[in-house]
Design a protein around this ligand. Sequence first.
Ligand code: LMR
Length: 328
Amino acid sequence: SALTLAATAFAGAAMADPTKCDDGEIVMKFSHVTNTDKHPKGIAANLFMERVNAEMDGTACVEVYPNSTLYNDDQVLEAMLQGDVQFAAPSLSKFETFTKVFRIFDLPFMFKNMDAVEAFQNSPTGEAMKDAMVRRGLQGLEFWHNGLKQFSANKPLLMPEDAAGLKFRVQPSDVLVAQMEALNASPQPMAFSEVYGALQTGVVDGQENSWSNIYGQKFFEVQDGITETNHGLLDYMVVASVDWLDSLDPAVRDQVLTILAEVTDERNAAVAEVDNAARQAILDAGGVIRELTDEQRQAWVDAMKPVWSQFEADVGADNIAAAQEINA
Ligand code: LMR
């Protein structure tokens, strides 16, 4: 009957909803803090969800919670160790209390572009970093790219002196704190979800982030402009708890991790496109982007690069040398 057909169509639609888990499926919550539109992490997490939910239907499913709706980055790793969330992809700057090996990625002007980042991460040194937190209960699974960082503030930033005396929101990373101090600015660690409000009300004057985050959080609306410095890296590690991974049936675990690896390859390869689209979207929305002359850019390098020596012991002079070799 028409009624049965309609009911069947409805049930079919409900089952096909990629954001909903069915009874009996292993539910894997993926919590993150960014938006999903024109955002490398948002897009990758949703693709992972869609593929798991289609290809593992009846066995396992992913639920994505974006925009800090479930946890902030300073809560999510503890929640993961408690078993309350199964996947997260915090930026590499957010793992300070678990490991210091990611500090190399925060050092200003360490990588000249995303190809250099990719090559370093795929090297034996980069691969080994996935296991750096195992003793603390976290397994690094994949590096996910976002892009290079830019500075923005409530006044034009063309020379490093323009940042002096200003308050900048930073992620909770000692390297980023030292970087802002090298500019004679005042670093203010703060959760991502609070940055827009802090810029709007003048609690901080500026911030640093990738194009997709400046676009997604609309920081450009409450800043004088953005300076295209490309001075640092915003990149992620997808993590899960060692105990939870061990508790999975091996065939289920293999399938989930294979899908994750394929999603990683696909989305990391597309990251430049997403980055450019976010940059263009800022311009289209009336945001101001200032480009630097070679001389101006060199002045930022000269002001910030001395930070490397402060962290050489944590990061390893050999790792810095390896990263620089890839840049050459
Ligand atoms: C930030 O806090 O600025 C970023 O780590 C947010 C993100 O996940 O991209």
